[in-house]
Design a protein around this ligand. Structure first.
Ligand code: PMP
Ligand code: GLN
Length: 384
């Protein structure tokens, strides 16, 4: 018998990620790509020089499974500096191939069949497939435009005997909102007498605006004890293509995480890890990031506020959402397609981050771009 080609898909309803679709469309139409989130400028030359340096020194073989010790120590120091919390580099920090892998492995390591996972929508699109492939069940709470706030009393009603995990993300992609200390305290109280884990996606940890702080789950004692915190150097160092991230979790959780990690990845690119570790000797590299992106946010917003788009305040991340209902009644999916093809600016439809494709006529722009790109795109958007 020959192979029939019939396979039962493990993810029958999963489509190609919107980031691939929009970046491809932007390239096809030579549009300015403000869709997928990545900088259009280089990382610091000193950082890439360090990679070359460590490669030439011969740091080219497998790194230790949980990561180069020097880098884990630097992550520990960075977290202490910013949040005043201690993570033991030996037992509580693991270097991963980007935050995407950290998320996927955390879901694989902790979810059992029929476990329920609370997801707060709009939600970054890699959470759901990782839940489904592990035979767990998503339970949704919807935040709505324009405020995208969380009513924790309503979230509490979603908790059942089967709830195993809640996923939070702050600063939040796609909305640019931040969880406040009030949110974190309510979350902490809500979980107090449960065994529910928190997966805290903190990849934009160093990008907050208007003097606001990032309320990491690590800052709250009870949350810290049940949290797997995921972050990424891609955002912090303008190196999304390097795919180096890290995961923080108490020792008992890190042990379980590493059981899966050692067979899914084993270890992450050695010269990159050494270079990042050395680069982080200067905390200014991450401490200056908010001001750097705040100037870009303000520049891009100066165009949006003059346009027929209605920007929704961005308090963190390098994204800003905008309501286009004053321009068109098209679905957001159709609207970004037309925007890309006719006006040569690509964006992301926020409905892509809702399971039921909830369309509030809101699209997301990435402003991690050079001033020149932002001026060009801004002028186009103002003319629509
Ligand atoms: N989480 C969020 C909220 C993100 O925006 C991203 C995007 N890049 C990731 C996770 C994945 O990070 P990485 O590129 O390091 O895999
Ligand atoms: N995090 C990036 C974004 O939100 C995209 C990452 C990806 O393409 N997977 O645009």
């Amino acid at each position: 018998m020959t192979f029939s080609g019939n396979i039962a898909s493990k993810l029958p309803a999963t489509e190609t990620t919107i980031f691939t679709i929009m970046s491809r469309l932007a390239a096809e139409h030579q549009a300015i790509n403000l869709s997928q989130g990545f900088p259009d400028f280089s990382c610091q030359p000193a950082l890439s020089a360090l990679v070359a340096h460590f490669m030439s020194l011969g740091y080219n073989q497998y790194a230790p499974m949980p990561g180069v010790a020097y880098l884990r120590e630097q992550v520990s120091a960075m977290r202490k500096e910013i949040h005043g919390v201690e993570y033991n580099p030996e037992t509580e920090i693991t270097i991963t191939a980007g935050a995407t892998q950290g998320i996927y492995i955390a879901l694989s390591a902790f979810l059992h069949e029929n476990d329920e996972v609370i997801i707060i929508e709009p939600a970054y699109d890699s959470y759901l497939p990782g839940i489904l492939i592990n035979k767990a069940k998503p339970v949704y709470y919807q935040m709505l435009a324009p405020d995208y706030t969380i009513d924790w009393k309503q979230v509490m009603k979603l908790i059942t005997q089967r709830t195993r995990m809640i996923i939070i993300n702050t600063p939040h992609n796609p909305t640019g909102t931040l969880l406040t200390s009030g949110d974190m305290q309510q979350l902490e109280r809500m979980l107090k007498d449960t065994d529910i884990l928190v997966l805290s996606d903190e990849v934009y940890e160093h990008i907050t605006y208007d003097g606001q702080v990032h309320e990491s789950a690590s800052r709250y004692t009870d949350l810290r004890s049940r949290s797997i915190v995921v972050s990424s150097f891609g955002k912090t160092l303008h190196t999304t293509g390097w795919k180096v991230g890290y995961v923080l979790a108490p020792e008992n959780l890190s042990n379980e995480f590493r059981k899966v990690f050692q067979y899914a990845q084993f270890s992450v690119s050695t010269p990159m890890q050494w270079a990042i570790a050395q680069f982080l000797e200067d905390p200014a590299q991450y401490k200056g990031l908010s001001a750097f992106y705040e100037a870009k946010r303000d520049l891009f917003n100066s165009y949006l506020t003059r346009s027929r788009f209605k920007p929704i305040p961005s308090r963190g991340t390098y994204f800003v959402c905008a309501d286009y209902s004053g321009i068109s009644r098209m679905s957001d999916r159709k609207f970004v397609e037309r925007l890309t093809k006719d006006h040569k600016v690509a964006a992301i439809p926020v409905s892509a981050f809702y399971k039921n494709k909830h369309d509030q006529k809101v699209i997301r722009f990435c402003f991690a771009k050079s001033e020149e790109t932002l001026h060009k795109a801004g002028e186009i958007l103002c003319a629509i």
